[in-house]
Design a protein around this ligand. Structure first.
Ligand SMILES: *Cc1c(COP(=O)(O)O)cnc(C)c1O
Length: 469
């Protein structure tokens, strides 16, 4: 047995560190060893339970109602109800499905999204046949434009979306105006607070001037908030809140017309582990309101300090003043952000490259965890060095013919051999190992139109995921 676990530990050596505060996307570290330990123990205790049926595992019902109750209080939903889901994407899938199914009379339903809305809404559009009507955000502030969004609504609109904050830029949309316009048209308004919903209320309690985002705002009908981000719980836990039970009804699914048990589900999963819920409950109880207020303050202050430091690095700018714990950085023409990311990686810091989008240049995303705060000076030093090194190296150069060719390719016409060739060209030819430096890959992807990027990366993933014996 110890052999098997030793092999797992050995395999993990190749992964990004989940703790220690040097990974600034994907994982969120409170820095509280005891909270992590409690979460791990709760996972182990509940690993074999099944959330399929809360009447046979009544403890799961208790835990879910308490966790949802905590979130409803935090987000000022006096009559709110909710569901614990497996993650932000599932919460978003469910809110889109619910809005669609609550309007059975709408033949071709659509939803209005700011261009900064999370990609999960596009996944929901794809899964549920709800058209995504995308409205550009303000190019200066990256905030959604309520009037343009209202103008984009019509009889087919079943949902309007705002973010608190947006993942890419860390900007909170003007939610009162968006929700009011939706409400005036009888349309549901969802606030995607997946990444800010457990931070902003605590910042407000700590005296920060926080933009309105929750059920105190008239017209907001649902809110998603992830626990596995800034509630610092183990992966696999998010909450979808609805303002009233009636708004949730269409989310539930039952099927009695088959020979087995009557299926009755609140989420897309049916059999589901109770472990993430139990772990979330345990970590939340342990950290508590005071703990979360301190963690939110610590990571927010660190984010603002990082923003200030980044602005003082020659060649670097902050896209928007951070509203929470997220920050997006952009470089001038002397260096590309992809090389800066590689240089940070070489110094032990992982940041997330974001490809250019419409007229917005490529950028770097950093999610600040509380565990990064004590190491902030090191991060700031590394950032300065990384920018200097990237300027010395200069931006990755892409041959203009290649850029032109990329615009002309129709991904729908590519066969597998063509994908093999293109992946080779992009430096992703062998699935065995990733290139040491991702900048050349990212720079190539960056010149490709989004549809081609998607097709190439799907082809790559297809080649990565092949069974081994
Ligand atoms: C993380 C995130 C999501 C998606 O959540 P997952 O847990 O990755 O599925 C959606 N919206 C926002 C704003 C997010 O930050």
């Amino acid at each position: 047995m110890s052999d098997v676990l030793a092999r797992l530990r050995a395999l993990q050596q190749g992964d990004l560190p989940t703790h220690g505060g040097s990974t600034l996307a994907y994982v969120y570290d409170s820095g509280l060893a005891e909270a992590d330990d409690i979460g791990r123990q709760a996972l182990a205790l509940y690993g074999a339970t099944n959330g399929l049926d809360p009447t046979v595992f009544p403890s799961l019902r208790t835990l879910e109602n308490e966790v949802v109750g905590w979130a409803a209080r935090l987000l000022q939903g006096d009559d709110a109800v909710g569901t614990v889901t497996s993650g932000g994407t599932e919460s978003i899938l469910l809110v889109v499905q619910t809005a669609r199914d609550a309007s059975p009379g709408v033949a071709q339903p659509s939803m209005v999204l700011p261009s900064t809305a999370h990609a999960a809404f596009h996944k929901a559009a794809h899964y549920f046949g709800v058209r995504a009507i995308v409205v550009d955000v303000d190019p200066a502030t990256y905030e959604a434009r309520p009037e343009a969004m209202a103008a984009a609504c019509d009889e087919s609109t079943v949902l309007v979306v705002a973010s608190a904050p947006s993942y890419a830029h860390g900007v909170v949309d003007p939610i009162p105006a968006i929700a009011e316009a939706a409400s005036a048209r009888g349309i549901r308004c969802h606030v995607d607070a997946c990444i800010g919903g457990w931070v902003l209320p605590y910042l407000r309690a700590d005296g920060v001037d926080v933009a309105p985002l929750d059920f105190a705002v008239p017209g907001v009908t649902s809110i998603s908030v992830d626990l596995h981000k800034y509630a610092y719980t183990p992966k696999g836990a998010s909450i979808l809140l609805h303002r009233t039970p009636g708004l949730r009804r269409a989310q539930y699914f039952a099927h009695a017309d088959w020979p087995g048990y009557t299926m009755l589900n609140s989420t897309t999963q049916s059999t589901k582990s109770g472990a993430p819920l139990a772990a979330a409950w345990a970590v939340i109880q342990h950290i508590g309101d005071d703990g979360y207020q301190r963690l939110a303050r610590t990571s927010y202050d660190a984010t603002l300090r990082l923003a200030e430091a980044a602005e003082s690095v020659d060649g670097l700018t902050v896209l928007a003043r951070p509203a929470t714990t997220l920050i997006a950085l952009q470089s001038d023409e002397r260096a590309d952000v992809f090389t800066i990311a590689d240089e940070l990686g070489a110094r032990g810091w992982f940041v997330q490259p974001q490809l250019s989008f419409r007229d917005q240049p490529a950028s770097l995303h950093l999610s600040m965890s509380a565990a990064t705060a004590p190491r902030l000076d090191d991060l700031i030093t590394a950032l300065g060095q990384a920018v200097a090194a990237a300027q010395t190296a200069g931006p990755v150069k892409i041959a203009p013919e290649l850029a032109e060719a990329a615009q002309a390719i129709d991904p729908a016409l590519l066969d597998e051999a063509a994908f093999d060739g293109l992946l080779e060209l992009a430096g992703l030819g062998t699935a065995e190992t990733l290139p040491d430096r991702m900048a050349p890959v990212n720079a190539l992807l960056d010149i490709a139109p989004p549809r081609l990027r998607e097709a190439l990366l799907i082809a790559y993933l297809d080649r990565l995921m092949r069974p081994t014996s």
